[in-house]
Every structure is written in C-alpha cells, then in structure tokens.
Design a protein around this ligand. Structure first.
Ligand SMILES: NC(=O)c1ccc[n+]([C@@H]2O[C@H](COP(=O)([O-])OP(=O)(O)OC[C@H]3O[C@@H](n4cnc5c(N)ncnc54)[C@H](OP(=O)(O)O)[C@@H]3O)[C@@H](O)[C@H]2O)c1
Length: 302
C-alpha cells in the first residue's frame, strides 16, 4: 500500500488524507505546527501518527503532501530536506495554486521527485473540502513519473486534470481567483445598488440567486461571450446612461467600478457581435465620461 504523509493539518491536508485513506492509500504520518491540529486531523482521518516533528512525519511516506499555508511551503520543505526527512524516490507534492513546483527544489536535491496538484475548488473547511473536491479539476505540474502518480490519485478524487506549462502558475491562479473571488465581489456590488433602491440585502440575494444560477447555466451551455445579455450587449445606450446617472446620484463611490466592468463587458459584446462598432463607441464614451468623474477608490460604508 502506498504510504502518504500530510504536512500541514488544515482543511486541504485533512481532506486529502481522508479521501486517499478511503481510496486505497494509507496515511502514515501527519505533521503540523501544532500538535492539536495534527491530532485533530489524525482522529478525523482515522489513521496516521500525529507529530510536530515534520521530518519524522514525512520520513514514513512514499508521497508527502505539504499542505501548509503558501508562505510556509518552501521553508517547511527546506527544513524537512535538511533533516533528511524525504526518502529517496519519494514524491513531494504541494497543493498551492499560485506557486510553482520549483519551490520544492530542496526536496529534489534530497533525491525526491516533486510535483504540484492544485484542486481548482473553494475549500473553506475540511467537510466542504471532502464534499467539493471529488469531481473537481486539478491543475497538475511535474515530470512524467510524478504525473503518473498524480493521475492515480486523481482517480480517488474523481478529478479531472489540467496540465500547466512551466511558469504559468501565477496567471493560472489569478484567473481562478478572479472568477471565484470577483464573482462574490460582483454580487456584493449588485446587493449595494439594490440596497440603495430600498431592497433589503436579504431579499435582494434571494431574488438574485436564480438569476445567478440561470447565468451560470447559460455560460455552461453557450460559453463566453455568447452567454452575455443585457443593455451593453444590446447596445441600449439610453439604459446604460440611466444606470450611470442613478449610480452617480445615489452611490457615486461605485461609479468607477461600474464603468470599468462596463468597458470590459463592451469588449465581450463586440466579440459576440451583438454590439456594433458605432454603438460601442458611444457606450464606451459614456463609460469613460462618467468613470473619470466618479471616485476611483471604493471604501464600503457598512
Ligand atoms: N482552502 C482552499 O480553498 C484551497 C483550495 C486549493 C488549494 N489550497 C491550497 O492548499 C494549501 C493549504 O490550504 P488550507 O486552506 O488547507 O490552509 P489551512 O486550513 O490554513 O491549513 C494550513 C495548515 O498548515 C499548517 N502550517 C502552517 N505553517 C506551518 C509550518 N510552518 N509548519 C507546519 N505546519 C504549518 C497550519 O498548522 P497548525 O494548525 O498546526 O498551525 C494549518 O493547519 C495551500 O497551499 C492553499 O493554497 C487551498
């Protein structure tokens, strides 16, 4: 049986250990900064020796997952390597989306193979991670032998793979963060405009959720830019100007954001072909005019 070690007993580490232990792997060691976290993960997974001696935890494994916070991965890897904690021929994997596999170079110099395996998913807790990880896409980075081992593990996660070119990690992660985080931010933006129209945040979110879900379905079926609808896509200049006048009057601090997003949206509408060039120029002119008059720094006032 292939033995796993988890170094960094947080949401992702615990969930990876839990899922792999139920998919034919054995969790041998669990190392973390605090013994409480390591023990909690061990109890949750139902196997694995908990320790704050990271080299000891890693030394028991064929595959070592370093699932600490991003900032700690490189140093943790160096410390384990310096203490002889990586078995030659073992595989050391991190799960960060932003960082390259190169930050594990100290493990490579110690005779281990290295890879990164980023679950393209939002995993706020162990339970959510166990629920959401299966079926997700995973961004893989590593040499052919490492990729073969990762693909075996993906079977346990019922995961699908996205292999990335060397050096592409920061932009890949920026794209993922833009989609996930800015979606939340954009919904917050819409709620504030509704609030200014006298709709409570609770009613607004309830009413907007079917719209959000319908839009997601359209994106799934049609793709982008085809899923784009609305006044900018139609070239409804007067509707766009009414939006701008009302926002300028009631929520001037949000005007700049509306205009920036509007300009990006106009580019997509041109690409879709529903917005003609002359209409696009007039709408872009409006967005420029109002955008430069509003506040560019947005500070929430709650
Ligand atoms: N959460 C997500 O949505 C998500 C999605 C994809 C990928 N990831 C990636 O997965 C990795 C883990 O993320 P996470 O959300 O699971 O983080 P997390 O819940 O904050 O867990 C990180 C764990 O690392 C441990 N740790 C931190 N510094 C350490 C050190 N110097 N030595 C030993 N242990 C240390 C902490 O241990 P103690 O509790 O013992 O202090 C903590 O439990 C990150 O690389 C992240 O980018 C996260």
């Amino acid at each position: 049986m292939i033995r796993i070690a988890i170094i960094g007993a947080g949401s992702v580490g615990t969930a990876v250990g839990y899922l792999l232990s139920r998919g034919g792997y054995s969790v041998a060691g669990i190392g973390s900064r605090s013994i409480e976290s390591a023990r909690r993960a061990g109890q949750f997974i139902g196997q694995g020796e908990a320790s704050t001696d990271l080299a000891h935890a890693a030394g028991q494994a064929d595959i070592v997952f370093i699932t600490t916070s991003d900032d700690a991965i490189e140093q943790v890897c160096k410390d384990i390597a310096a203490q002889g904690g990586f078995r030659p021929g073992s595989l050391v994997v991190h799960t960060s989306g932003a960082l390259s596999v190169d930050i594990l170079d100290s493990a490579r110099q110690a005779g281990a193979d290295t890879a990164s395996m980023h679950p393209l998913q939002s995993l706020p807790s162990v339970e959510d991670a166990i629920r959401n990880m299966p079926g997700s896409w995973f961004c893989l980075e590593g040499g052919p032998e490492a990729l073969e081992k990762l693909r075996e593990m993906l079977k346990v996660f019922q995961g699908r793979e996205l292999v990335i070119q060397p050096g592409g990690k920061p932009l890949y992660h920026a794209g993922a963060a833009a989609v996930s985080n800015f979606l939340v931010a954009t919904i917050g933006f819409g709620l504030e405009l509704h609030q200014a129209a006298g709709i409570s945040r609770q009613d607004s979110l309830r009413a907007l959720l079917p719209l959000i879900q319908g839009t997601l379905k359209n994106i799934e079926h049609l793709g982008i830019p085809e899923a784009l609808t609305g006044p900018i896509a139609r070239g409804d200049e007067h509707t766009v100007e009414d939006h701008l006048i009302s926002i300028a009057r009631e929520k001037p601090e949000l005007l700049g954001l509306y205009c920036r997003l509007g300009k990006y949206t106009a580019g997509l509408a041109l690409e879709k072909g529903t917005l003609k060039k002359d209409f696009a120029q007039r709408i872009l002119g409006l967005l420029d005019r109002y955008g430069s008059s509003g506040s560019s720094i947005y500070v929430p006032d709650r």
